[in-house]
Write a protein that binds this ligand. Structure first.
Ligand SMILES: Nc1ncnc2c1ncn2[C@@H]1O[C@H](COP(=O)(O)OP(=O)(O)OP(=O)(O)O)[C@@H](O)[C@H]1O
Ligand SMILES: [Mg+2]
Length: 236
């Protein structure tokens, strides 16, 4: 196993006095795609937001490339190579596709790098190139998701966190988005955490899987055993 790029230790997070995740231990290795599964309300988004600094953790630690980044401002995390694609896109609906992508690269000062990332994003999602001047708000759900992922890739992240990218998409688009996750790993050399409820399409792209239940980890290991429906029900 390669060295860890992100480590979560004893993380507790929630809202007011209510804890939504408790004592989470999680490691993302370099070059790995880690899948986080779990029912609605299991704490998946809370965990991702607390890792990314959108919710300050109540306890525990987040380490990135060996440094403590617990509760750090998300803007600093972005500048330092961590990207987060929130559940439900987070695109700028009134701007063009091209402007959205440019905004995704706001922390990147090297224009040659931005141009290279734009080329990569366009070749991964040709629809974004074809419609670069279209207002993003007029996109379909699947197109918006591709744009949101494209934006996150524009600053060349070393860690990419995707929160339920397939939500509300038709099966053929889910398949397309999952294939793009596999492609991101090779093109961008990023380590990926993907939160999903779509087990069928997400398990094949994962190197390792974690199942969250009521704020705690109930399974951590190879994705393959979870392909067995009975096993999955046992953990969910
Ligand atoms: N802003 C909030 N204020 C109060 N409680 C919240 C808030 N957001 C989430 N929660 C609660 O925290 C728990 C975990 O929610 P979270 O959104 O992390 O789950 P999730 O696994 O991402 O679910 P989903 O699959 O539906 O997105 C739930 O009980 C939820 O009701
Ligand atoms: Mg969620």
């Amino acid at each position: 196993m390669s060295e860890p790029i992100l480590q979560v230790r004893g993380l507790v997070a929630g809202y007011g006095k209510k804890k939504a995740v408790h004592g989470i231990e999680l490691t993302l290795h370099k070059g790995e795609t880690l899948l986080i599964l779990g029912h609605n309300g299991a704490g998946k988004t809370t965990l991702m937001q607390s890792i990314f600094g959108l919710i300050p953790p109540m306890a525990g630690q987040v380490r990135y490339e060996g440094r403590d980044i617990t509760g750090r401002n998300p803007a600093l995390n972005v500048a330092d190579g961590i990207a987060f694609v929130p559940q439900g896109h987070g695109i700028f609906a009134s701007l063009t596709v091209r402007d959205n992508l440019e905004l995704g690269a706001f922390v990147e000062g090297d224009r040659a790098k931005v141009a290279r990332h734009l080329d990569d994003v366009f070749s991964m999602f040709p629809i974004l190139k074809e419609r670069e001047n279209q207002i993003a708000g007029t996109f379909s759900g699947g197109q918006k998701q591709m744009l949101a992922i494209g934006m996150a890739l524009m600053h060349g992240p070393r860690v990419l966190i995707l929160d339920e990218p397939s939500i509300g998409l038709a099966p053929n688009l889910v398949d397309r988005v999952m294939k793009s996750v596999a492609e991101i790993k090779t093109r961008f050399d990023a380590s990926i955490i993907i939160v999903e409820q779509n087990v069928k399409y997400s398990l094949p792209v994962a190197d390792r899987a974690v199942v969250l239940k009521t704020g705690g980890i109930v399974y951590e290991g190879a994705p393959a055993p979870l392909m067995d429906h009975k096993k999955l029900i046992e953990f969910f």
